[in-house]
Ligand binder design. Structure first.
Ligand SMILES: NC(=O)c1ccc[n+]([C@@H]2O[C@H](COP(=O)([O-])OP(=O)(O)OC[C@H]3O[C@@H](n4cnc5c(N)ncnc54)[C@H](OP(=O)(O)O)[C@@H]3O)[C@@H](O)[C@H]2O)c1
Length: 303
């Protein structure tokens, strides 16, 4: 079968003929139909993610495909950019009715992260949440999940043309990064920030109301700003770390998130697919993610 292989870190992937996957105990083989690309896949390819994988490996953490003829979504450490992949049976997730394979490939990471991050923050109906990079895959999921939880949303993005999408999804206030401070201060601050940029940490903290909570989810800009705990004292602020992978091992938390998300996906919640690339153009799909022109999730169709 064919798979994209990362033979060296920080290098282009190579499309290769590789042996069929041999499932270990508790694993099943999935016929992959679509792969959702995550910023984390890019970091893993650079060797800059929270876990390190030694090459050669096949990138891709999130797939939709057939297992025994039935369609599932699945999360995995890597390996999805292949015609078939062995996945843990317990990592299979239902595909909500009404979602295409591409839309289904766009839901697990982004919607589980959005829901669980807002839950980590203890966000309550009526509170204001600031969603950074709000036009991206996580951002568009977070705007929708926040609205479904009864929150009010400020959406921020790098370019003004990226703001119409989060606005259409229910954000009441939108701002390009350079106007963000002014707009949030006019509101009197926000209760929660979903921080994914990195260098914006200081600014995001300054936009929180007293007792506000910032969930640190990512640093897509590459820069990890230092945090001075003294900054948190004056207004009783909280900074929480968030990483989806280990949280998914908590079965009751996962069940709670799916109980909220699955009945709404395909209806009130709709994964935004920002681009669908053929299997042979997987490298171009990564480039689209890095060019920052995209909205929603970039998906690679397989085969
Ligand atoms: N901790 C977790 O478990 C977890 C789970 C999911 C996602 N994340 C994090 O959430 C963030 C969004 O991830 P995603 O997969 O949903 O991707 P995405 O939002 O579709 O794309 C990344 C976004 O980050 C912004 N960005 C800032 N600097 C960038 C750069 N140098 N290159 C590319 N994009 C840049 C871009 O928005 P603007 O142009 O509007 O700034 C872009 O839309 C990432 O930081 C990711 O690591 C973390």
């Amino acid at each position: 079968m064919r798979a994209w292989v990362q033979e060296r870190l920080r290098a282009p992937m190579v499309l290769k003929e590789v042996p069929e996957p041999s499932p270990g105990p508790g694993e099943v083989v999935m016929e992959v139909e679509a792969v959702g690309l995550n910023f984390a896949d890019h970091l893993l390819r650079l060797g800059g993610y929270l876990t390190r994988v030694h090459p050669p490996f096949t990138p891709g953490m999130e797939a939709v495909g057939r297992v025994g003829g039935k369609r599932y979504a699945a999360l995995m450490p890597h390996g999805a950019l292949a015609e078939r992949v062995a996945v843990a049976q317990k990592a299979l997730l239902p595909v909500p009715e009404g979602l295409s394979p591409e839309e289904a490939a766009a839901y697990p990471v982004s919607f589980l992260t959005a829901y669980l991050a807002l839950r980590r923050a203890g966000a309550r109906p009526g509170e204001w949440v600031l969603v950074q990079a709000a036009a991206g895959a996580l951002g568009t999921a977070a705007v929708q999940v926040a609205r479904a939880l009864g929150l009010r949303v400020v959406a921020a993005a790098s370019r003004p043309e990226k703001l119409s999408l989060p606005q259409a999804l229910g954000a009441e206030v939108v701002a390009p990064y350079e106007a963000l401070s002014e707009r949030v201060k006019a509101l009197g601050g926000v209760d929660v920030v979903l921080e994914v940029r990195g260098s914006a940490l200081e600014e995001s903290l300054s936009l929180l109301k007293p007792l506000g909570r910032l969930v640190y989810i990512g640093a897509a800009e590459g820069e990890v700003a230092p945090l001075n705990p003294l900054r948190l004292m004056r207004r009783n602020l909280t900074v929480l770390g968030f990483w989806l992978g280990p949280l998914l091992l908590d079965q009751s938390l996962l069940e709670e998130a799916l109980a909220f998300l699955l009945p709404r996906l395909g209806g009130e919640l709709k994964p935004v697919v920002g681009g669908v690339f053929p299997f042979l153009e997987a490298e171009a799909a990564f480039q689209a993610l890095l060019d920052r022109g995209h909205t929603g999730k970039i998906v690679v169709r397989v085969p």
